[in-house]
Design a protein around this ligand. Structure first.
Ligand SMILES: [Zn+2]
Length: 268
């Protein structure tokens, strides 16, 4: 995607977030990595300006920052949470866009320090995985950076207590849709509370949905519940997992993973 397209998309999703009531005042921020990598020499990251309503952002208000979040061009200042976006780009070379908003339902769960009841919608497991990590409340700066960094390679969505939803992906559209899905799940779970709460999927259902997720190459690099697919590079792991699956056909993905780890440790 070229810069002009990225600017148009960023304005579109900023306006959408505002329309849906996911951002108030100056809440929320979006970024897109325009450069191939985030090396000091050529890093270019397009982002929304600080202290600006997402409902008022225009293509010329957007700015470009470098690998440290310092402004390279644009009329306004970058937002302070750019360090969290940069952490995602640093830890995930596959990610090209990061979005953040205070979507009310998901943010309510996060602020109450309660995990969103998930998974109960099968399709959502394929789209965002079987876990929506809840990052504990941390003050802006290094503490927030450390807290979010711990989950970046395990997921593409996270609810940060007291700071809304974060999502990332290979492009802005995907990152935005992931954020949208987290809010949708939180809203349904919230509504189901008055009916006795959602009924979560069972281990076997989750396992088969996770297989579909892996097949579609949608999983994060170190996502929980993902048994590494058999590859030519790791024939030992492949054979151990295959054996364990045969011996324990009713074990969950997590249980097989634990057994495989233990068995590989013994073999060393
Ligand atoms: Zn926020």
């Amino acid at each position: 995607m070229n810069e002009a397209q990225a600017r148009r998309e960023m304005v579109k999703y900023s306006e959408q977030m505002h329309q849906f009531g996911w951002v108030a005042n100056h809440d929320g921020n979006l970024s897109v990595r325009l450069s191939e990598n985030i090396e000091p020499t050529d890093c270019r990251i397009l982002c929304t300006p600080t202290a600006w309503s997402k409902g008022d952002v225009k293509v010329d208000d957007l700015l470009i920052v470098d690998h440290l979040g310092a402004k390279k061009s644009g009329p306004h200042k970058p937002f302070s949470e750019i360090n969290l976006h940069l952490a995602v780009y640093r830890l995930r070379s596959d990610v090209k866009a990061v979005v953040h908003a205070h979507c009310p339902y998901a943010t309510a769960y996060g602020s109450a320090q309660k995990s969103i009841p998930h998974p109960f919608l099968p399709e959502a497991v394929v789209s965002i995985g079987a876990h929506i990590p809840m990052v504990s409340l941390s003050m802006p700066g290094q503490a927030a950076l450390d807290a979010l960094s711990a989950v970046i390679r395990k997921t593409d969505v996270a609810v940060v207590s007291g700071n809304g939803v974060w999502a990332w992906g290979p492009d802005l559209n995907t990152a935005y849709l992931r954020l949208e899905l987290v809010e949708h799940i939180a809203k349904i779970a919230w509504m189901a509370e008055s009916l006795g709460g959602v009924k979560k999927l069972g281990d076997k259902e989750i396992e088969s949905l996770m297989q579909k997720r892996v097949q579609a190459k949608l999983n994060a690099p170190e996502e929980d519940g993902v048994v590494k697919k058999a590859t030519v590079e790791n024939p030992i792991i492949e054979s151990v997992i295959a054996q364990l699956k045969q011996t324990f056909p009713h074990h969950s993905v997590e249980q097989i993973q634990e057994l495989a780890k233990a068995s590989l440790k013994q073999k060393k």
